[in-house]
Ligand binder design. Sequence first.
Ligand code: HEM
Length: 152
Amino acid sequence: MPKLSVWMIRAALIHMGIGFLFGSLILHHKGIPIYDWTWRLLNPHIEVVVFGWVMQLVMGVAFFALPRFPKREKRYGAEWLGWLGLYLLNGGVVLTSFAYWSENTTVIIVGRILTSLGLAAYVVLIWPRVKAFAADVALQQKSSVAHSKQSN
Ligand code: HEM
């Protein structure tokens, strides 16, 4: 597995731990209300599980699972964009979560911009790799040639 995937999946697992902890505290408070501040964890919970956990896990797995460039030296594409995405996304999620906790709207917007830029960098990196495998294309061409011969 490439290093970028390793770090994305590791970061996603850390977000999972934190996000589930926040969710558990809210759930506990719903059953046995002891700490009023737990409801302030709702937005950080959503931020961390949706972007930090689920989205980042998908990004990490897709980075090694999607077709690579067989003829290029950089088989995974412009990997630096992925690292930039990793830093921006994680920085953005952490910043937005703290900003929700401290109810600072300006910082929430800054955090969201960082997250979006991270996602954009990743999309630019991964877009050219969203294509059919070379073997599948060859198979499709072969079957369409056979089909046209039959109809002639
Ligand atoms: C992939 C995992 C998860 C995702 C994507 C997720 C997402 C969400 C979202 C979007 C909400 C807001 C729902 C709304 O406002 O209507 C929410 C609320 C909540 N989540 Fe999660 N969550 C996840 C896992 C968990 C876990 C593991 C727990 C607890 C152990 C948990 C506990 C809660 C609680 C207690 C609420 C508040 C429900 C309420 O408004 O009464 N979540 N979650």
